[in-house]
Design a binder for this molecule. Structure first.
Ligand code: AMP
Ligand code: GLY
Length: 420
């Protein structure tokens, strides 16, 4: 098969790494890719938000399967355009991607199918939103409805913070994504992520993970895109996974099909767990980053068989084979992230590191300059270990971190603490 992966982050490097190992993969192209991916695939300079450009490229290169990594091309309808051109795609349509692109849409779907989630209300008008908050009290959660690069959510501990959040969102901080505000009940508990493939009808669990959103050790400091992850997440017991599948995932997939907009791709449920019960925080319609790195480390080559079966609507004919293993990834970020940071610092020591099914450094925000690897983003590398125990996986991941010579970068030293 000739396979095209869209994206350039650590998530897409992990997808490429797993897919490359499968003998069914002939030609592997990533667009736009990064220097880490360039070692295992061809990188193509392509505007992945342009439906026409992606379709033309896929046809010219006789691509058999397109795997879409990030949410932006999904929300832009790139999957629809590719399917319209007769290509096989892994990733939801623009209509089904609303499960991530609009928080109010997701809440409506949850209400329609009975999926457990926080009580909520939507507002297109600041005055009514302020009154609702005064009536409800704090803590309370204020969200811009649309895609805001993970920054559109304020967990307000006081009424003042909640009112400020409403003014900020309606004040245009997130542009069109803030045309509507969703206000939610604050949910207490432990967060974890559950990943399910759906071909529109069938659902197949492909694992659990836990992210670390705060920038600092001990879960302190501002939120980030994710500073590290591990899989499996023991807080998601078999019993809770079964509950989530029956009360949340299957009803959501059925409701999307009933609406005439079936969901095909990976459904990433962000969950809040308390007293043995899970409620939905949010859906994403793509793999998490860095959660994908630990899932791919554990799935290896079979990831392609699963993704292919999903794209072809054959998920009822395949299962995921899990080893009794654990994976853990540590994100290395540029000093200053998630605030402002410098680009261009050199990263040394990467070429001498082991690269095998137990040790892998995935590239996220890297570039190449005069033969050297340089940092070009906030989150730059994901040092990933796999082992028979979580402690073994952690030791491998930090072993990689400690062998990387990059004085301008930092990482958390406590990834996995909840489970260790
Ligand atoms: P979201 O983008 O919806 O996942 O929200 C980002 C983060 O805000 C989540 O990962 C949670 O930590 C937090 N959050 C969102 N909604 C709620 C809620 N209703 N109760 C508590 N925390 C929440
Ligand atoms: N790491 C969280 C996300 O990808 O949304």
């Amino acid at each position: 098969m000739n396979i095209l992966i869209l994206g350039s982050g650590g998530r897409e490097h992990a997808l490429a790494w797993a897919i490359r190992q499968n003998p069914k993969c002939d030609r592997l192209i990533v667009a736009p890719g990064n220097p880490g991916m360039a070692a295992i695939a061809e990188c193509a300079d392509l505007d992945i938000l342009s439906r026409a450009a992606v379709c033309e490229f896929a046809q010219e290169n006789a691509i058999d399967l397109v795997v879409i990594g990030p949410e932006a091309p999904l929300a832009a309808g790139v999957a629809d355009a590719l399917r319209g051109a007769g290509l096989l795609v892994f990733g939801p349509s623009q209509a089904a991607a609303q499960l991530e692109a609009s928080k109010a849409f997701t809440k409506e779907v949850c209400d329609a199918c009975g999926a457990p989630t926080a009580a909520w209300a939507r507002f297109a008008d600041a005055q009514a939103a302020h009154e609702y908050i005064d009536a409800r009290g704090a803590p309370i959660v204020v969200k811009a409805d649309g895609l805001a690069a993970g920054k559109g959510v304020v967990v307000a501990e006081t009424l003042e913070q909640a009112h400020d959040a409403i003014d900020m969102i309606f004040g245009g901080a997130f542009g069109a994504a803030g045309a509507e505000v969703v206000i939610e009940e604050f949910m207490d508990g432990e967060e974890a992520s559950f990943f399910v493939l759906s071909d529109g009808v069938n659902c197949l669990s492909i694992g659990t993970a836990q992210d670390h959103k705060r920038v600092g050790d001990g879960d302190t400091g501002p939120n980030t895109g994710g500073m590290g992850a591990y899989s499996p997440a023991p807080v998601l017991s078999e019993a809770i996974q079964a509950q989530v599948m029956e009360q949340m995932i299957r009803p959501t997939v059925a409701e999307m099909a009933r609406r005439g907009t079936p969901f095909q791709g990976v459904l990433f449920a962000g969950l809040m767990i308390k007293d043995g019960q899970a409620r939905l925080v949010e859906y994403n319609v793509r793999f998490g980053d860095p959660e994908c790195q630990v899932l791919m480390m554990r799935l290896g080559a079979q990831a392609l068989d699963l993704i292919h079966a999903c794209a072809e609507g054959r998920l009822d004919q395949i299962t995921a084979n899990w080893a009794e293993d654990h994976a853990l990834t540590v994100v290395m970020a540029a000093d200053g992230y998630p605030g402002s940071y410098q680009k261009g610092s050199e990263i040394k020591g990467l070429s001498s590191l082991p690269e095998d099914s137990f040790n892998m450094v995935f590239h996220a925000g890297t570039g190449q300059k005069d033969g050297a690897i340089i940092a070009t983003g906030g989150r730059v590398l994901a040092a990933t270990g796999r082992g028979a125990t979580l402690a073994e996986a952690r030791d491998r991941a930090y072993g990689l971190v400690d062998a990387i010579d990059w004085p301008e970068g930092f990482c958390r030293r406590d990834i996995g603490w909840r489970a260790l």
